[in-house]
Design a protein around this ligand. Structure first.
Ligand SMILES: N[C@@H](CCC(=O)N[C@@H](CS)C(=O)NCC(=O)O)C(=O)O
Length: 202
């Protein structure tokens, strides 16, 4: 299978980490969806990465669908709990982490526009999502890992988003203000799946 991704996308990093944790072989195709010559719309009508291309040519998106698919294909190591309540808790973590990444990516794009066209109110609204999201994550950490004592997709999603914040918003010193999240990231840094998917410096 092939994964179409960019090196900096937190959503693609989430999928790459799941593939690495499950030791599933894949070919990484780097394609930046913002480039004029991108092929991403040929694989995803929404023009977004990540896209997983299966052996028969079928394409899967978005990252949440892809990680569900990978869990089905190779359930071990288990990253999404089987128990319904635990499963929903982990998926909620994923939604929160992805939502913070969405807000961060929105600000990143807004700041690329000519200064006169940028909306400070819009940026402030997105920044509140980041701050509130981080605060909720911090108080929700339930044990050694985000969702309790087991390493799950929750930690992968949170780590991908924290890594993206460090890349694009180094001024948000989340490590200094969110001790539990800092502890989670320190633990993630022990794992090859996280270390090997570190985005290149901005
Ligand atoms: N919800 C999607 C978000 C994917 C996404 O927004 N990817 C960005 C890159 S980080 C993208 O491809 N943007 C291109 C565009 O919006 O046209 C997922 O989880 O896969």
């Amino acid at each position: 299978m092939k994964l179409i991704a960019s090196p900096t996308s937190p959503y693609a990093r989430k999928v790459r980490m799941v593939l690495a944790e499950k030791n599933i072989p894949f070919e990484l195709i780097i394609d930046i969806p913002w480039n004029a010559d991108t092929d991403v719309p040929k694989f995803n009508p929404l023009g977004k990465i990540p896209v997983l291309v299966l052996e028969g040519g079928e394409t899967l998106y978005d990252s949440r669908v892809i990680v569900e698919y990978l869990e089905d294909v190779k359930p071990w190591p288990l990253l999404i709990p089987v128990d319904a309540q635990d499963r929903i808790a982990v998926k909620k973590w994923e939604a929160l982490a992805d939502g913070v990444a969405d807000a961060a990516a929105t600000i990143f794009l807004e700041r690329k526009r000519p200064e006169a066209q940028q909306s400070p109110d819009w940026i402030a609204r997105q920044m509140r999502k980041i701050e509130n999201g981080l605060a909720t994550m911090e108080t929700s950490v339930a044990g050694s890992w985000c969702a309790g004592e087991a390493f799950t997709l929750a930690d992968i999603a949170v780590g991908s988003t924290l890594g993206y914040l460090s890349l694009r918003f180094p001024e948000i010193k989340w490590r200094e203000t969110h001790a539990r999240l800092a502890r989670i990231e320190t633990a993630l840094l022990q794992r090859a799946s996280y270390k090997d998917t570190t985005p290149p410096p901005a």
